[in-house]
Design a protein around this ligand. Structure first.
Ligand code: G6P
Length: 385
C-alpha cells in the first residue's frame, strides 16, 4: 500500500526501498519482448531480454512532430531539474538532437526563444509546480509541442500537456523526492531510445544493450539497498559536519547535484554538487579535514581523472566517501569509505549511484533527530511562486 509506511519508520525510507518494484511498474507495458509483441514481464527476471523493444504511445502518436523537432527544451524544478540534466545527455547521445535544460522559474521570465518546431518537455513529480506550469503555458502559446513527464495522474501539468509519459511510480509522500527521480530517469532512457530508434540515430546493437541493462536495474538497486546498514554506520560519522561537497562527471554529475540537494533538504547540512573537474576553480579552496567530499567514482567515463581529483582532496586532508563499482580496488585503497554499486553502462549509472546518496542523507537526518518526511520550510509541491 503506497499510502502507508508499512514497516518503515518514514515514508522516505519506504519510498527508497520501493524503487526496485516501482521501476518495474514504470517499465511495464512500455518494454516488450519484440518478436511476440508480448509484454515483457518483470517477474520473468533475466529471461528473454535479448529481443526487447520500447514502445511509448506518445512517441508513436507524435512521431511526425518529434522527428521534425530541431531542439528540445526541458523545463522543471528541484530534483526534476536534475533528472532533466540526465535527460539532456541521453537525448543528445541517442537522438543527436540539441537539448536545453532550464529552471522553469527562470525560463518563464526570460526572453528565451521558442520556435514552433521546438518540443518542450516538462518534468514534474507532482504535476502541480506553479513555475513549471507557467513555463509550459508560455511554450503552448508559441505553438511548441508540450510533452509532460509526470508522476501524478490527472495533475495540472498532465492535463495541459499535449502528450507525455507517466512515470507510474505511485504516490510519493516524503518531501524529499527519491523514487520519482529514478522513475523520471527511467522514462527518459526509454524516451531517448524510442525516439533514437524512430530517428535512426541509435544502432540496433546499442539499443539492445541499453534495454537489456535497463531491465536488470531493479535487481541491481536491490543489491545497493542491501547495504543499508553499512550506509547507516557511515552516516553516523558525518552528523557533525557543517559542509559537504559532492563531485561527479558525465552522467554522474547531475547525481552529485541530487546527492547534495538531498542532504540540504532533510539533514540541513550545507552541501554543494559540482562537476569534479570544476573543483580546481573554487571549491578546492574549501577543502580541509572538516570537509567531507563524496565522489561518484564508478567505472565509467573519466574514471582515472576522478581518481586524480581524489588525490588532490587527500593531499589537503579532506575526508572522502566514494561510490564505486563492485570490485574496485584502486579507489578503495585510497579513501576513507566506499560504497559499492553493481556494474552497469554509463547512461544508467545514475539509477544506481543515486541510491546510496538517498540513504546517506536519510540516515544523517535520522541520526540528527530531524523530521525526515516533513523537513522545515519545504513543501512537497510548490503551487505558488
Ligand atoms: C519541491 C519538492 C521537490 C521537488 C520540486 C519540484 O521543491 O520538495 O522534491 O523536486 O518541488 O517538484 P515537481 O513536483 O515539479 O517535480
Amino acid at each position: 500500500n503506497m499510502l502507508s509506511k508499512d514497516n518503515f519508520d518514514h515514508f522516505m525510507l519506504k519510498e527508497i526501498f520501493d524503487q526496485p518494484n516501482v521501476l518495474r511498474d514504470c517499465m511495464r507495458g512500455r518494454i516488450i519482448n519484440a518478436p511476440y509483441s508480448r509484454p515483457w514481464s518483470p517477474q520473468q527476471k533475466g529471461k528473454n531480454t535479448d529481443s526487447l523493444s520500447v514502445i511509448l504511445s506518445a512517441v508513436t502518436l507524435h512521431r511526425r512532430e518529434l522527428l521534425r523537432a530541431r531542439r528540445i527544451i526541458i523545463l522543471s524544478c528541484g530534483t526534476s531539474w536534475h533528472a532533466g540534466l540526465i535527460g539532456k545527455q541521453l537525448i543528445e547521445h541517442f537522438c543527436k538532437l540539441p537539448v536545453e535544460v532550464a529552471y522553469a522559474s527562470e525560463f518563464r521570465y526570460s526572453d528565451s526563444v521558442i520556435e514552433p518546431d521546438d518540443v518542450v518537455m516538462a518534468i514534474s513529480q507532482s504535476g502541480e509546480t506553479a513555475d513549471t506550469m507557467a513555463a509550459m503555458e508560455m511554450a503552448k502559446k508559441r505553438n511548441a509541442l508540450v510533452f509532460g513527464i509526470v508522476n501524478a495522474v490527472g495533475s495540472g501539468i498532465s492535463r495541459i500537456s499535449d502528450t507525455g509519459v507517466y512515470i507510474h511510480v505511485g504516490p510519493e509522500i516524503g518531501v524529499a523526492s527519491t523514487k520519482a527521480f529514478t522513475g523520471q530517469v527511467t522514462v527518459l532512457v526509454m524516451l531517448a531510445l524510442a525516439l533514437g530508434m524512430a530517428k535512426g540515430t541509435v544502432s540496433q546493437e546499442e539499443y539492445n544493450t541499453v534495454l537489456h541493462e535497463l531491465v536488470m536495474i531493479p535487481d541491481k538497486i536491490q543489491k545497493v539497498l542491501e547495504q543499508n546498514d553499512k550506509i547507516k554506520d557511515i552516516a553516523k560519522k558525518y552528523i557533525h559536519s557543517k559542509n559537504f561537497l559532492y563531485l561527479g562527471r558525465g552522467y554522474n554529475y547531475p547525481v552529485a547535484l541530487e546527492g547534495a540537494l538531498k542532504l540540504k533538504e532533510i539533514s540541513y547540512i550545507h552541501a554543494e554538487g559540482y562537476p569534479a573537474a570544476e573543483m580546481k576553480h573554487g571549491p578546492i579552496a574549501l577543502i580541509d579535514s572538516e570537509m567531507p567530499v563524496v565522489f561518484l567514482a564508478t567505472h565509467h567515463q573519466l574514471y582515472q581523472k576522478i581518481v586524480s581529483n581524489m588525490q588532490e582532496v587527500i593531499s589537503r586532508n579532506g575526508k572522502i566517501l566514494a561510490i564505486v563499482t563492485e570490485g574496485d580496488e584502486q579507489v578503495k585503497a585510497m579513501v576513507d569509505e566506499t560504497i559499492e554499486v553493481p556494474p552497469t553502462i554509463a547512461c544508467l549509472a545514475p539509477l544506481l549511484s543515486v541510491i546510496p546518496l538517498q540513504l546517506l542523507s536519510y540516515h544523517v537526518a535520522v541520526a540528527k533527530g530531524l523530521n525526515v518526511d516533513q523537513p522545515r520550510n519545504l513543501a512537497k509541491s510548490v503551487t505558488v511562486e
